[in-house]
Design a protein around this ligand. Sequence first.
Ligand code: NAG
Ligand code: NAG
Ligand code: NAG
Ligand code: NAG
Length: 154
Amino acid sequence: MVLDLLGCFPHLLLLLGVWGPVNPLFALPNIITRAQWFKIQHLQPSPLPCNRAMSIVNKYTQHCKPENTFLHDSFENVTAICDLPRIICKNGRYNCHKSPRPINMTNCSLTTGNYPNCSYSNAALYKFFVVACDPPQPTDPPYHLVPVHLDKIV
Ligand SMILES: *[C@@H]1O[C@H](CO)[C@@H](O)[C@H](O)[C@H]1NC(C)=O
Ligand SMILES: *[C@@H]1O[C@H](CO)[C@@H](O)[C@H](O)[C@H]1NC(C)=O
Ligand SMILES: *[C@@H]1O[C@H](CO)[C@@H](O)[C@H](O)[C@H]1NC(C)=O
Ligand SMILES: *[C@@H]1O[C@H](CO)[C@@H](O)[C@H](O)[C@H]1NC(C)=O
């Protein structure tokens, strides 16, 4: 639950971190943008085994994230999907976009472990995906829209 929220609202947690109790969840670098966090969690142009890939993601939150999907595609290719027609996201916002074709991706599912020893199973998938896009922050690449959230695998 907290990790899901983190996936959607890393900035919210950063804000909470200003007055919240000291918590390893607030160890995200404070310059990270939602697009950068999307890239860290979901983009992997060349596949890596889940255990290695997830250790990078988990380092930011100091938790074993239970489920995560890596899209084997580039930031440029996924950003291009932000220019396709909008569809409604799971949260009701109208800023989602569906990939025009399926791509290779890997689902990582936590099997055992406590941070930092998190073990994952790997599942290769060839599916469509839906991303939410927003205008970039000043430190993001200067596209019109950038991906900020992986909404769905379909
Ligand atoms: C892959 O993981 C996503 C969550 O990241 C989940 O929504 C989807 O159902 C999973 N798909 C399969 C086939 O495991
Ligand atoms: C980006 O898209 C192009 C055209 O569909 C494809 O040939 C290329 O492999 C993609 N890049 C990656 C890293 O998947
Ligand atoms: C997707 O994965 C399959 C099976 O692992 C592989 O044969 C194929 O070349 C991959 N496609 C791309 C575009 O990377
Ligand atoms: C992680 O695993 C290693 C080797 O299996 C073990 O030595 C270490 O104590 C474990 N650490 C934690 C925090 O469980």
